[in-house]
Design a protein around this ligand. Structure first.
Ligand code: PLP
Length: 406
C-alpha cells in the first residue's frame, strides 16, 4: 500500500515523454490506473485521516485539510496542463484568491490590479484586505502608459485578468511580465476565461496562474473550485501552508468531478470558440446590437493582441442593445434556451447581467471607469447547436424591441 500511494504521488507528468500533447495530458497527466484494483479512474478518497504506521511515518497524507490523494491527482493534472510544476486546489476560485493574498501580502503592501476583473476579486481587495492595510490600485491594464506609471511605486504583485470579466478587454501579457519584473513584483494571471487550452501565461513570464475551476476547467455546472499554479517551489509551499492554515482545500468529490470534466477541456474549448464566433457574427450584423466585444472578431479593437497571445477568441461575448438598460434587461428576461444565471464556462449557454449579478460589489465609479455599463450583457456561449442559440437570441432581441414599442 505504501508503494501504491507513493507511486501515485511521484508520477511526474512533465517527465512523461509520450504525454506531451495537450489533449493527451488532459486525459492522462498525473494519474495512473489504481494499482490495487486496476480501476481506470482515480478513486474518490473520501476520508478525513490516514492511518500512520508509526509516529512520524505516513504515506504522504496526514489529514484531508492538508492534502488528499484525489485532490493531488487533480493538482498534478492542472499543473501539467498549464506547463508548470505545482498546483494547489481550493474549495472555490475565491478561496484560491484569498489564499494567494493571505500567503503573499503583508500590511503596507501594494497591489496593482486590472480595473475590470471578477467582482469578487475587487470586493476581497477593497472590503477585506484594505482594512488590513493592503493598498490596491485598480488601473486599466490594457493602457500601457497607465500600467507603467502604476508600477513606478513599490508593488508586491500585479494581478491581471485577460480577457477581463466582463468587458473582455485584453492586457498584454508580455508587457505585464516585463513591467512586473522591472518593478520586482510578481505577476499573477487569472486565466479562468481562456484556460491553458487557449492561453498559456507561463510562456509569457507569469509567476502564478489562478483558476476558478468552477468554469471551463470542470465545465459542467457541477462544482465550485479553484486552483493556483506555479513553477516556483517556494511560492507553492507558501500557498500550501496558507491553504492548510485557513482550511480552504477542495473536497475530494469536487476534485474527482473536475478530473472527469477536464478530460474534455480541449474538445469543449474548440467547440465553445466555434459556437461563440458564429454567435458573435450574428450579433455583429444585428441592427439592434449597439456595442459588441468578442476577441475573435476582426472588429475587436485588440484583435491583433488577441492573435498574439490567445489561440482563439474564447467563449465569452459582451454586448449592448439599442434601448439601453431596459432593453438589455428585457432581452435577458426573454431568453428561453440560454439560462439567465451567474456563471460562465459551462456546457450550457448562460446569459448574465454583470451590474446586478457578478459585478454588483464593484463600486459604480470603478464600474464606469472599467466600461462595465448598466446595459452590458455577458454571454457565455455553450455547446448547444449554434443555430439554436442564435434563434433564441433573435427572438429575445425581438421581444426586447417589442417591449420598447408597447
Ligand atoms: C474570472 C474569475 N475569477 C475568479 C472567480 C471566482 O471563482 P468562484 O466563483 O469559483 O469562487 C470568478 C467567478 O465568477 C471569475 O469569473
Amino acid at each position: 500500500m505504501i508503494t501504491i500511494l507513493e507511486e501515485e504521488k511521484t508520477v511526474d507528468p512533465a517527465a512523461a515523454g509520450p504525454l506531451q500533447h495537450f489533449e493527451t495530458l488532459a486525459l492522462h497527466a498525473g494519474t495512473t490506473a489504481d494499482p490495487l484494483t486496476g480501476a481506470m479512474l482515480t478513486p474518490i478518497y473520501q476520508t478525513t485521516t490516514y492511518r500512520q504506521e508509526a509516529v512520524g511515518k505516513d504515506k504522504g497524507f496526514k489529514y484531508s485539510r492538508s492534502g488528499n490523494p484525489t485532490v493531488s491527482a487533480l493538482e498534478r493534472r492542472l499543473a501539467a496542463l498549464e506547463g508548470a510544476d505545482f498546483a494547489s486546489c481550493y474549495s472555490t476560485g475565491l478561496a484560491a484568491t484569498t489564499a494567494l493574498f493571505l500567503a503573499l501580502l503583508r500590511s503596507g503592501d501594494r497591489v496593482v490590479c486590472s480595473q475590470a476583473v471578477y467582482g469578487g476579486t475587487v470586493r476581497l481587495l477593497r472590503q477585506t484586505l484594505e482594512p488590513f492595510g493592503v493598498e490596491t490600485e485598480f488601473i486599466d491594464t490594457s493602457d500601457s502608459a497607465a500600467f507603467a506609471k502604476a508600477l513606478r511605486k513599490p508593488t508586491r504583485f500585479v494581478f491581471i485578468e485577460t480577457p477581463a470579466n466582463p468587458t473582455l478587454k485584453l492586457s498584454d501579457l508580455d508587457l505585464a511580465s516585463g513591467l512586473a519584473r522591472q518593478a520586482g513584483a510578481l505577476l499573477v494571471v487569472d486565466n479562468t476565461l481562456l484556460t491553458p487550452a487557449l492561453q498559456r501565461p507561463f510562456d509569457f513570464g507569469a509567476d502564478i496562474v489562478l483558476h476558478s475551476t468552477t468554469k471551463f476547467i470542470e465545465g459542467h455546472n457541477a462544482t465550485v473550485g479553484g486552483a493556483l499554479i506555479t513553477r516556483d517551489a517556494d511560492l507553492h509551499e507558501k500557498l500550501l501552508f496558507t491553504r492548510n492554515t485557513i482550511g480552504a482545500i477542495q473536497s475530494p468529490f469536487a476534485a474527482w468531478l473536475t478530473l472527469q470534466g477536464v478530460k474534455t477541456l480541449p474538445l469543449r474549448m474548440a467547440r465553445h470558440c466555434e459556437n461563440a464566433w458564429q454567435v458573435a457574427r450574428f450579433l455583429e450584423r444585428h441592427p439592434r446590437v449597439t456595442e459588441l466585444a468578442y476577441p475573435g472578431l476582426e472588429s475587436f479593437p485588440q484583435f491583433e493582441l488577441a492573435q498574439r497571445q490567445q489561440s482563439a477568441g474564447g467563449a465569452l461575448i459582451a454586448f449592448e442593445v439599442e434601448g439601453g438598460v431596459e432593453a438589455g434587461i428585457r432581452l435577458m428576461n426573454s431568453v428561453r434556451l440560454c439560462a439567465l444565471a451567474e456563471n460562465l464556462g459551462a456546457a450550457e449557454t448562460i446569459i448574465t447581467h454583470p451590474v446586478s449579478m457578478t459585478h454588483g460589489a464593484v463600486p459604480p465609479e470603478q464600474r464606469a471607469a472599467a466600461g462595465i455599463t448598466n446595459g452590458l450583457v455577458r454571454l457565455s456561449v455553450g455547446l448547444e447547436n449554434p443555430d439554436d442559440i442564435i434563434a433564441d437570441l433573435e427572438q429575445a432581441l425581438d421581444a426586447a424591441a417589442e417591449g420598447e414599442l408597447s
